[in-house]
Design a protein. Structure first.
Length: 288
């Protein structure tokens, strides 16, 4: 089984070589987010390739990603960041696909006014362009944003959509997780996918996070495993609200080994099959 990490972040703290811009969540985190470190961790864990979800601090400057992809051929694909409400956003994403070999766009719905722009159609041109180009739109979103995502997914059935981190569920409430109903309802739309990611941060219970497991079970029921994918959220996985130690391998083993109820075919979809359906990972990655 070829394992794909569908959600990592890469950065380098050399601000002279890789300048960054201000963002609403303060400065770039202090963690080591280098590709060198990640590739070592991927090799140790048996992960073939990863989707680099560009951090907002770099905006549409993908210099570090290009260098990392050249140094580690076959290991990284890119999900880019632009302002999706700009008048020339469709042209910008097309240039990014050519210049940086990006394979889609991430929209941060926690940015002020962004959900309203999505809801009122200001992002429609770039969403339509993504559908025409055959690349997904991914959302950093909360449950309050699901209605706006649904509106876009229904309006643009040719475009594939991805919701980060299971929509950031509130697992302090018991099953059936009523606050997450708008997220579960997105499973009715065949062009909407979700990432089974940042699991240690969602959990309110100790490893192996039975509350997370129950939420994932219900997500599989609504979406089907072929529209779900695992992601580590490297390198931010140590920033958790539990007292349990978390590392890269353990983030993978949770899904690969510690959920005995997860069937083989469903596991194969979540650990790589769905990501390979949405994004192209170079053949050099092979099976690891």
């Amino acid at each position: 089984m070829t394992i794909i990490d569908a959600h990592v972040h890469l950065w380098h703290h050399d601000a002279a070589r890789y300048p960054r811009r201000p963002w609403l969540e303060a400065d770039l985190p202090p963690h080591d987010g280098t590709a060198d470190r990640l590739v070592r961790l991927m090799d140790e864990a048996g992960v073939a390739a990863a989707l680099n979800v560009q951090v907002p601090w770099y905006g549409d400057d993908n210099t570090y990603h290009r260098e990392a992809a050249q140094r580690f051929p076959g290991r990284f694909a890119l999900l880019g960041v632009i302002d999706p409400a700009l008048g020339d956003a469709p042209e910008r994403i097309e240039r990014m696909l050519g210049r940086d070999q990006a394979q889609g766009l991430r929209i941060h719905l926690n940015e002020p006014g962004r959900t309203e722009q999505l809801r009122t159609g200001q992002c429609d041109p770039v969403i339509a362009a993504a559908g025409a180009l055959g690349v997904p739109i991914q959302f950093l979103a909360r449950m309050r944003d699901m209605a706006a995502i649904r509106r876009s997914a229904e309006a643009f059935p040719r475009t594939s959509f991805v919701v980060d981190h299971l929509g950031h569920p509130d697992l302090s409430e018991p099953p059936p997780f009523p606050a997450a109903a708008p997220f579960f309802e997105l499973g009715q739309l065949p062009n909407v996918h979700a990432k089974v990611s940042l699991l240690c941060d969602h959990a309110r219970t100790a490893y192996p996070y039975p509350d997370v497991q129950e939420f994932v079970r219900r997500t599989i029921e609504r979406f089907g495993a072929s529209r779900l994918m695992w992601g580590s959220n490297y390198p931010l996985i140590p920033e958790v609200r539990t007292t349990e130690p978390v590392d890269y391998r353990r983030a993978l083993e949770l899904v690969r080994s510690d959920w005995p109820w997860l069937a083989g075919e469903d596991k194969a979809w979540i650990l790589g099959g769905t990501a390979r359906k949405l994004w192209r990972f170079p053949a050099e990655a092979g099976t690891r």
